[in-house]
Design a protein around this ligand. Structure first.
Ligand code: SF4
Ligand code: SF4
Length: 70
């Protein structure tokens, strides 16, 4: 059963620590994450469903899945 009040979850990248390896891009089933100018990963929040696959794959552990309350 789904709870309609549950806040949506989105991936958040700590960009300053991203090494732009691209692992997250490869595993995202929705194409919601991309490497910006070859230096850092950016998440398209409109596409991201917060599945957490990117966070699991990130070798630098710089992706966190956060609840979006706004
Ligand atoms: S949490 Fe899931 S949908 Fe969102 S960017 Fe990561 S892999 Fe893609
Ligand atoms: S997997 Fe992690 S370090 Fe690699 S590009 Fe994605 S966010 Fe950056």
């Amino acid at each position: 059963m789904t709870n309609p009040k549950r806040a949506p979850r989105k991936a958040e990248v700590f960009e300053s620590q991203c090494v732009a390896c691209g692992c997250c891009v490869k595993v995202c089933p929705l194409g919601a994450i991309a490497i910006d100018r070859g230096i850092k990963a950016v998440v398209d929040k409109a596409k991201c469903v917060g599945c957490g696959k990117c966070a699991k794959e990130c070798p630098a552990s710089v992706i966190e899945i956060q609840e979006v309350t706004a």
